[in-house]
Design a protein around this ligand. Structure first.
Ligand SMILES: *Cc1c(COP(=O)(O)O)cnc(C)c1O
Length: 223
């Protein structure tokens, strides 16, 4: 795509987000994190040049490589994948803006230990497996609010900002919607939470209508 085509394409996506968010409220603001795992640093640079600032990666090594080669740009990096404990040091060295995927108490405690040792803090979301899928990580909806509170009190260097979820993996809209509504109702029970991260290329409009205020868009932006 030429840069003009790319701009037109991004504008069309922003238009769709706009229509969905207005259904919720005029004051409902939605942030786009571009999930850049499919592309290299040049494609990120080019999306940056038409106004996109926030990018998300789901592998620590890829995040490191891309963040290093794009160091000259004021990008906001998000970590959106499953974090292995042996990658914590590398992730923290990049100083990401937000990690979306705290999916166990062990991970929260391991991050806390490292952060307090380095005298660092990290913004984070806690992941919920709201579709109850074996293949997905995250806390169950039943345990979520209690575990969130536990992380807040036991991990003071993790600054929790809310919730992240991946919609149900099905074409059936009613089931996807239900998983988003579950996430939204948990979000509303969290103290001081500001971010409800849900919605990807195939379901972002539905996610926004269900209350998402951060969408993670990959294939629709880059493919
Ligand atoms: C890849 C990825 C996305 C984006 O997925 P698309 O369907 O390509 O938009 C969103 N969230 C996570 C956690 C991802 O790994």
């Amino acid at each position: 795509m030429t840069i003009v085509e790319q701009k037109r394409h991004l504008d069309a996506i922003i238009d769709r987000i706009e229509k969905a968010r207005i259904c919720v409220s005029e004051h409902h603001i939605v942030k786009i994190v571009a999930a850049s795992k499919y592309v290299d640093a040049d494609a990120i640079r080019s999306l940056y040049s038409i106004g996109q600032r926030a990018f998300g990666e789901n592998k620590v090594q890829d995040l490191k490589t891309k963040a290093d080669s794009l160091e000259d740009l004021p990008l906001e990096w998000h970590f959106i994948g499953t974090l292995q404990k042996n990658k914590i040091n590398q992730l923290l060295s990049i100083r990401p803006h937000l990690i979306h995927s705290i999916d166990s108490l062990e991970l929260a405690h391991a991050l806390q230990e490292r952060l307090s040792r380095e005298n660092q803090t990290l913004r984070a979301l806690v992941q919920v497996n709201s579709a109850y899928e074996e293949s997905k990580s995250g806390f169950t909806p039943e345990e979520f609010v209690e575990r969130y509170g536990q992380i807040v009190s036991e991990c003071p260097n993790l600054h929790l900002q809310g919730i992240m979820s991946i919609g149900a993996h099905t074409q059936e809209t009613a089931i996807v919607k239900k998983s988003f509504e579950t996430t939204r109702s948990l979000f509303e029970q969290l103290p001081n939470a500001t971010t409800c991260s849900m919605g990807m290329s195939s379901d972002f409009e539905l996610a926004i209508q269900c209350g998402s205020n951060l969408v993670r868009l990959g294939s629709i932006l880059f493919k």
